[in-house]
Design a protein around this ligand. Structure first.
Ligand SMILES: Cc1ncc(COP(=O)(O)O)c(C=O)c1O
Length: 352
């Protein structure tokens, strides 16, 4: 374990101080992560779902979103994005993606039906600048689900987390920046939004005994913050290694049964997931398993086809459904050695 020694040290320090909640490492992490993302504020919380829910609730309290606001959301996402909207007392308005992500032409077709947008940097790939420009031109608040894009940077040098009105991060252990349990954070530049988010994450209280809005309890543990402080300095280098693996996959996977993402996929991408698309997904996964290669899937059933969102089950989003039917996530962990990557490529090229 790369961080084992340093993790043991912080665990001992925190045991010694007894500050398991709201200890110094939490404030250090918030300051460092805001600096890293290039935002003025970072408000830590319990997980990524809470981060997005809190943003939406905060903007409702501030009067920037109406009661029951209609929030445009890409159908190709993890179900947490949909759930955050419902948790905030709002209505998801799902739309299909183009290739992998939300695009402005799709938003344009829904302009009359929406109050705001949640864009999702899925697989680590940043949503196009164009989408933010379109939202701005149409006075639509746009929030970003950055749960998968820690450290990604646009062509203009803008970091993930600094685009749109606010962003929601998850530090679930398998994320590019992952804790050793659940943790999340909101980044933004608006002091009112940051203050309200902090208040909502802490029971809605303005001081110890005074609660002026209905809030929730969503805290990043001191311990998780300390673990994240140990890992943040490695994020850029880890993302470089993930990028190199993705470049090698794109250059060397050569099998007509295995469709690669387009070349532009790795541009402005922190490569959280490297997806390939295979008609016989089960057969392919089994084949790789027999070669000792573990894969994953993001995801098998889109939110609008889940039983929990029965109200959307009648909708059809062909691009999203195709992705969910065929997607297989290849290993892209930064600790993979060159020879591991080569073995994976050789196995994929031998699949028939
Ligand atoms: C796109 C996306 N949004 C939101 C979340 C929710 O994050 P968490 O699991 O920390 O609540 C995740 C996490 O898996 C995610 O991948």
């Amino acid at each position: 374990m790369r961080f084992a020694q340093r993790d043991r040290e912080v665990l001992q320090e925190i045991q010694h101080t007894g500050q398991f909640i709201a200890g110094e490492p939490v404030r250090f992490f918030e300051a460092d992560f805001a600096g890293y993302c290039g935002t003025q504020y970072c408000v830590s919380c319990g997980n990524g779902l809470d981060a997005l829910t809190i943003i939406l609730r905060a903007d409702k309290v501030l009067g920037n979103l109406p009661e029951n606001a209609r929030i445009l959301v890409p159908a190709h996402t993890y179900i947490a994005t949909f759930l955050s909207i419902v948790e905030a007392g709002m209505q998801p308005v799902p739309v299909d993606v183009n290739e992998l992500l939300l695009t402005s032409d799709v938003i344009e077709s829904q302009l009359a039906n929406i109050d705001a947008i949640v864009a999702v940097d899925l697989y680590g790939k940043l949503v196009d600048d164009d989408v933010y420009a379109f939202a701005k031109a149409n006075n639509l608040p746009i929030y970003t689900d950055t749960a998968q894009s820690h450290g990604a940077v646009t062509a203009m040098g803008q970091k993930s987390g600094s685009r749109g009105r606010a962003s929601a991060f998850s530090f679930y252990p398998t994320k590019n920046l992952g804790a050793m349990g659940d943790a999340g954070a909101i980044t933004c530049n608006d002091p009112e939004l940051a203050n309200m988010a902090r208040k909502i994450a802490s029971y809605g209280r303005s001081s110890r005994q005074v609660n002026d809005v209905k809030g929730m309890n969503s805290r990043m543990d001191t311990l998780q913050a300390a673990f994240l402080n140990n890992r943040l300095p490695f994020l850029d280098n880890d993302n470089k290694k993930r990028f190199k693996i993705a470049e090698t996959y794109i250059a060397q996977i050569d099998n007509e049964l295995v469709k690669l993402p387009s070349d532009s996929f790795i541009r402005h991408n922190a490569i959280h997931v490297f997806p390939v698309f295979v008609e016989d997904r089960n057969g392919f996964v089994k084949f790789l398993e027999n070669h000792g290669i573990q894969t994953n899937c993001h995801y098998e059933i889109p939110p609008h086809k889940q039983a929990s969102f029965a109200e959307f089950n009648h909708l059809n989003f062909p691009q999203t459904e195709d992705l969910h039917r065929t997607e297989v996530s290849l290993p892209c962990h930064p600790l993979l050695e060159d020879h591991d990557v080569q073995e994976i490529i050789n196995a994929i090229n031998a699949y028939s």
